[in-house]
Design a protein around this ligand. Structure first.
Ligand SMILES: *Cc1c(COP(=O)(O)O)cnc(C)c1O
Length: 390
């Protein structure tokens, strides 16, 4: 069995290093995200294309570059190895033949949050934590409660009061304790911080512990493997906290260092909505850090994130890749849901429909070429958002 080659944690802003096998949230000095680092030379010995074809599907197939050390701590609900669909009819209609959808809605609990939370809950268990807490727009809470249930950990979730009923029901069914908060996800984060202070809970907020990122980075490994160890020209990503985009960018660097891919990178496109666009605003202003967005409002709940602790990691990746950052309106999102569903058979979450709208705009502005290979992310199932469709 392959083993984790985790060596240490590193502050994403200052580069300061920390011992890996201790419980940590943000880097103590900078209050910025910690990144997991591996012995990639060692990992490369067994993490080869030839070996991978013989491994079973799922995100744990990349075990050498994942943080969980003992099999006994792996909580596996079958996450990962989601389809990369060639959207032929959609591509023809919008004039971009090589359009693909990475369909993350097939993950356990119906969203790609399963990858991050599956990894983070497993690692928290390995490090001896037993009571977890999270602020969430819905999908992260459902995923955390599911993995906590499977692993026998206690789960406390804080969601905005207007969260779709499905999420509340789901979390409670998994045995989670649900608190609805008057406010946004940032206000939920404040409540979680209070619980951490008062009761010693472990905070699984996005990028505030190092391992959700490691789960989400497996999307980058999968895309490379599914494109036969090449990468597409463009990846369009609906950005809230940005964990998936930052994770894929980290995966590409690791893969290049291990000799699995070359130096070519996709242009990374961040999509937000006109009602909450802190990253796009900072991109447009040429800033590395993003100010908090006031009065955030959008139907795409996963994108209603007014402030991201990994802001500079998102912006650095977008700029280094020569990608871009773009906003779309809620109205355009609702139109794009129908367009995508009727031409692909995939009923996308509003966040994912935002990617399609962004692609159409960027095609019309010649920022994406009509013969380029473009990957859109369907980050979650729309079946949890049926209230939006009357
Ligand atoms: C959380 C979420 C997002 C945003 O993901 P980040 O990695 O936090 O940027 C997008 N879509 C859906 C459906 C989500 O649940």
């Amino acid at each position: 069995m392959p083993q984790s080659t985790l060596t240490h944690l590193e502050c994403s802003l200052t580069g300061q290093t920390y011992e890996a096998d201790q419980v940590m949230n943000l880097a103590p000095n900078s209050q910025r995200p910690l990144l997991a680092r591996y012995d990639l030379a060692e990992a490369a010995k067994s993490l080869t294309p030839e070996n991978l074809v013989r491994r079973k599907p799922g995100m744990w197939r990349y075990r050498e570059v994942l943080p969980v050390r003992s099999d006994a701590n792996v909580i596996d609900l079958g996450e990962g190895s989601t389809p990369l669909l060639k959207a032929a009819r959609l591509g023809e209609t919008i004039g971009c033949q090589n359009t693909y959808i990475k369909d993350e809605s097939l993950n356990p609990t119906g969203s790609f949050k399963a990858r991050g939370l599956g990894m983070a809950v497993s690692r928290a268990k390995e490090l001896g934590e037993s009571v977890l807490a999270i602020p969430s727009a819905g999908n992260a809470a459902g995923a955390m409660c599911a993995y906590a249930a499977a692993g026998g950990l206690e789960a406390h979730v804080y969601m905005p009061r207007d969260v779709p009923h499905t999420f509340k029901a789901e979390c409670q069914a998994y045995g989670g304790s649900v608190t609805l908060v008057d406010g946004l996800i940032t206000d939920c984060g404040t409540k979680v911080a209070e619980g951490v202070q008062a009761h010693g809970w472990f905070d699984l907020s996005t990028l505030k512990e190092p391992y959700r990122l490691e789960g989400k980075k497996t999307m980058g490994y999968e895309i490379a493997e599914q494109f036969d160890w090449t990468l597409p020209d463009v990846i369009i990503y609906p950005t809230g906290g940005g964990t998936g985009l930052v994770g894929m960018w980290k995966a590409f660097a690791e893969m290049e260092e291990m000799g699995l891919i070359g130096s070519k990178r996709p242009r990374m496109v961040t999509v937000q909505t006109t009602g909450c666009a802190p990253i796009v605003r900072a991109y447009d202003r040429g800033e590395r850090f993003a100010d908090e967005w006031e009065n955030a409002a959008t139907i795409a709940d996963g994108l209603r994130v007014p402030k991201a602790v990994g802001d500079f990691l998102i912006l650095d990746a977008v700029r280094a890749s020569e990608g871009t950052a773009i906003t779309v309106t809620d109205e355009a999102i609702m139109e794009s849901v129908g367009l995508m569903a009727s031409l692909t058979g995939v009923f996308p979450a509003p966040e994912s429909a935002a990617c399609l709208e962004a692609q159409r705009v960027l095609l019309s502005q010649y920022m994406i070429g009509r013969d380029e290979t473009v990957v859109l992310f369907n980050t979650g199932t729309s079946l949890k958002y049926t209230h939006l469709f009357g």
